[in-house]
Design a binder for this molecule. Structure first.
Ligand SMILES: Cc1cc2nc3c(=O)[nH]c(=O)nc-3n(C[C@H](O)[C@H](O)[C@H](O)COP(=O)(O)O)c2cc1C
Length: 98
């Protein structure tokens, strides 16, 4: 499996990058669910200076920030959602209709 993975990602930077961000999304979600189960609130964020943050944490050139997840105790309840796309628009079963 490990040998196969090397070839699968070799010379395909966009696949490597996409896979990294996919994994970070799953990890962030797991982190948020774990935080909630421990009584904390969380919020994923991309509204910060990636460059400055990278310098602050000595981010290696081979790494990229996907997002930040703030975890703590909410000072006030979350605001009502601005809106939500209809279920049928975001969940496609088997195939898109023509
Ligand atoms: C990857 C990601 C990045 C986000 N970045 C920000 C951000 O920088 N600033 C912000 O106010 N909300 C940001 N949001 C939205 C909030 O995290 C949150 O989704 C929003 O407040 C609505 O909450 P709700 O999804 O529970 O309704 C981001 C959401 C996601 C999924």
């Amino acid at each position: 499996m490990v040998n196969m993975m090397g070839g699968f990602y070799a010379d395909n930077d966009s696949l490597v990058r996409a896979e990294g961000h996919r994994s970070c999304g799953i990890a962030a979600q797991a982190l948020m669910l774990a935080a909630q189960s421990m009584g904390y609130d969380s919020c994923p964020m991309i509204g910060f200076d990636f460059q400055a943050t990278g310098e602050l944490i000595n981010l290696p050139k081979t790494h990229e920030i996907s997002m930040a997840v703030a975890i703590g105790k909410a000072l006030s309840p979350a605001r009502p959602r601005a809106g939500q796309l209809p279920y049928e628009e975001v969940v496609i079963q088997n195939r898109f209709s023509k």
